[in-house]
Design a protein around this ligand. Structure first.
Ligand code: GLA
Length: 695
């Protein structure tokens, strides 16, 4: 049995390696244990009653979903405003429902007809527990939620934890951080409408963070939009966190008889950060990504943005497409600039007709041309935006978020459409449906290039609902389009990686993790991305960025981009013959290892901060193929040249052929993993790709 009620009100949940124990008590739903399994019948509830009037038991009792009410002074999970003005919630455990892999705990505030179901769904094999809450209004009046988190997470013991997250920015997403949470609260959030570039919507904590060793506790939110993770260490030394929708400017009205379901959070324990990434990678592929393409490898893509920017034309794109096909690309994506008055980022968003100066005969000749070259065609859109310089804005200025009394702030000369209006949703769905119905388009790059501001709505009774409703509107449009056009893949982009999260990835098939395509910077960005997110979904372009300012070989550029979903964004008309040959060579090699990279287990073996070299390996399921990428850094310190590369994840009893451009060995898995190979790299920014095949 995976879920057992051992005594009245004590629930033991078991995944492959761990146990999670909950007890329904007087003060609420208590958290009793999360970790290595213990005999189920040993668990009991010990109510902690502190008699000192300054310290409420509610503040140091580990709970699963505490509401704001009574003597709670710490972060809570739920806050309600009832019709009579009462803001105090008292939830009492009522009963439970257990199915094969789901536990539902039902709590009621009888006085106000409020019912809260805490859901725990077990993914036994993945060692993951999904948690969310369903909040129901069974009264005859409205209930307003002022906070509705997904879960409280309690970390075991009373030791200091280090919290791992990122300190990102535009062009510098996913840069990993580690902060000791000695006391007080650490919080990571977004108030921008999307997840944003700054932080991971997740809690990752370990006593001593390490790639390989020690327990890592993690809880990852499935939401794209305003979120908040707040982790607190209390005066008793215990650490807990509340995770979910941000309560900043948040409010949701639940009408009588209706319910509100919070986003899910996926929780697990891993031995080392490397294991966490591998667990989450597998989990996302089997349970998060949209099913249609989840198990398919993604095509090698060409994107025109860095080559042409807004200066797209039928002739220019076809010229790029010809070389893209020649080097082995399978999908050609035309980026921004193809529609209405879009000559720069000043105008055009919202008017989605083809620009007839650039494409006199519409998109068909280009798409036919691309298809004739053996590639699929994809296109860029930014559906939830409008430039004031557009026909759409002239006709419908009230379709944007705004207050009549305020001047809307322009960012990148554009405004956010009020996606909570049915007519706006219909318009966005309509133009995309038309675009996909009239053209042989197999790929949509859905962009979103600014945060929200002046978030007034003239259509919502409860204006603060816009944050939640906006994200839901995007999800529902993408889902509807996918239903009607099942063979189209969707990429989520938001000025680079501002829409990278499990929420997006449960509707979109992949993401654009950063506008920064400098290969050296990318190594850090990709490393941070790989902590939680699936490798196959990480689009990685080989481009000309910084090619003159800091020359980096094509070999190095490919060695970086081949560690995700390989793509090309170089100006192919300007590449030398040798560079074109390099492109062909590496794309052909990528196709051989693509399944291993996109679906294999990633080992982050060495990183620049500690080892002065990046060394990452990808091993397929039966360990018959593995590919490792070594990339040296930008400096030329003498000592950094001598490296001992130890491979990981191999079958120690098997013999592998190890091939790179420079080397050829035949060695046992045991030797490669335990002794490793000694190498001297002579230059900064050198790279080497090792392909290992089991004999
Ligand atoms: C954003 C994206 C880029 C590109 C441009 C087009 O910045 O992140 O990849 O699509 O918009 O305007």
């Amino acid at each position: 049995m995976k879920i057992t009620e051992t005594k009245n009100g004590i629930f033991v949940l078991e995944t492959k390696n761990y146990q999670y124990v909950i007890g329904a008590g007087e003060l609420g739903i208590y958290h009793l244990h999360w970790g290595t399994p213990c005999p189920r019948e040993d668990f009991e509830i010990n109510e902690l009653e502190e008699q000192n009037s300054n310290h409420s038991s509610l503040d140091f009792t580990p709970t699963e979903y505490a509401p704001y009410g009574g003597t709670i002074y710490r972060e809570y999970a739920l806050k309600c405003l009832f019709e009579d003005g009462c803001r105090d919630t008292v939830l009492k455990y009522k009963n439970s429902k257990i199915t094969e892999n789901t536990l539902e705990l039902i709590l009621n505030d009888d006085k106000y007809g409020l019912s809260v179901s805490l859901i725990y769904r077990l993914f036994e094999e993945n060692d993951i527990i999904e948690r969310y809450a369903v909040i129901r209004n069974q009264s005859k009046s409205k209930i307003i939620l002022e906070k509705a988190a997904s879960a409280e997470i309690n970390l075991p013991g009373q030791r200091t934890y280090t919290v791992i997250n990122s300190n990102g920015s535009w062009g510098g997403e996913f840069r990993k951080t580690e902060q000791k949470l000695e006391t007080g609260t650490l919080s990571f959030e977004s108030r921008k409408g999307t997840t944003g570039h700054n932080h991971l919507p997740a809690l990752i904590a370990a006593e001593k963070p390490d790639e390989e060793y020690g327990e890592v506790y993690f809880a990852v939110l499935e939401w794209d939009g305003n979120y908040k993770i707040s982790a607190e260490r209390d005066f008793t030394g215990r650490t807990s966190a509340v995770i979910g929708l941000n309560d900043f400017d948040f409010s949701q009205t639940i009408e009588c008889g209706k319910e509100f379901r919070t986003p899910s959070v996926f929780c697990g324990i891993a031995q080392g950060l490397g294991n966490m990434s591998r667990m989450m990678n597998r989990f996302a592929v089997s349970h998060i990504l949209p099913k249609r393409f989840a198990n398919e490898t993604l095509p090698v893509l060409y994107n025109s943005w860095e080559a042409t920017e807004f200066n797209v034309s039928e002739k220019g794109q076809l010229e790029l497409a010809k070389t893209a096909a020649e080097i082995g690309c399978e999908l050609f994506v035309m980026d921004d600039g193809w529609f209405s008055t879009r000559l720069s980022d000043n105008a055009g968003l919202g008017d989605w007709e083809v620009n007839r100066d650039k494409f006199p005969n519409g998109l068909k000749p280009l798409i036919d041309g691309v298809n004739a070259l053996g590639m699929d065609f994809g296109i860029w859109v930014e559906p939830e935006m409008v430039n004031p310089r557009s026909e759409l804005y002239e006709k419908h200025p009230d379709w944007t978020y705004n207050y009549e009394t305020r001047t809307p702030s322009l960012l990148r000369h554009q405004l956010v459409l009020n996606m909570t209006k049915p007519e706006v949703k219909e318009y966005v769905f309509g133009f995309l449906d038309k675009l996909l119905s009239e053209n042989n388009i197999k790929y949509i790059k859905w962009d979103m290039n600014r945060p929200f501001s002046e978030t007034g709505t003239d259509n919502l009774e409860n204006g603060k609902e816009l944050w939640y409703r906006h994200s839901q509107a995007i999800y529902s449009i993408v889902d509807q389009l996918k239903e009607k056009h099942p063979d189209v893949q969707f990429e989520a982009c938001a000025s680079g990686g501002a829409r990278t999260d499990l929420g997006s990835l449960s509707h979109f098939d992949m993401v654009w993790p950063s506008d920064n395509t400098d290969p050296v910077d990318r190594l850090d960005i990709q490393q941070g991305y790989s902590l939680l997110y699936p490798i196959k979904c990480m689009r990685a372009w080989v481009t000309d960025t910084n090619k003159t300012a800091r020359p980096v070989s094509m070999a190095f550029r490919f060695a970086v981009s081949m560690q995700g979903s390989l793509s090309v964004g170089s100006d192919l008309t300007k590449l030398s013959k040798e560079e074109i040959e390099d492109c062909k060579k590496y794309i052909a090699l990528y196709k051989k290892i693509r399944r291993t990279v996109q679906f294999g287990d990633l080992y982050r073996i060495m990183n620049y901060a500690e080892d002065k070299i990046y060394f990452n390996g990808y091993v397929n399921e039966d360990r018959s193929q593995a590919v490792y990428f070594a990339c040296t850094g930008a400096n030329s310190f003498f000592g950094n040249r001598f490296v001992n590369l130890k491979f990981k994840g191999l079958d120690e009893n098997a013999v592998y052929t190890v091939k790179s451009e420079f080397r050829n060995y035949r060695k046992s898995g045991a030797y490669l993993m335990n002794k490793g190979i000694d190498i001297i790299y002579y230059k900064p920014l050198e790279s080497e790709i090792f392909l290992l095949e089991k004999e």
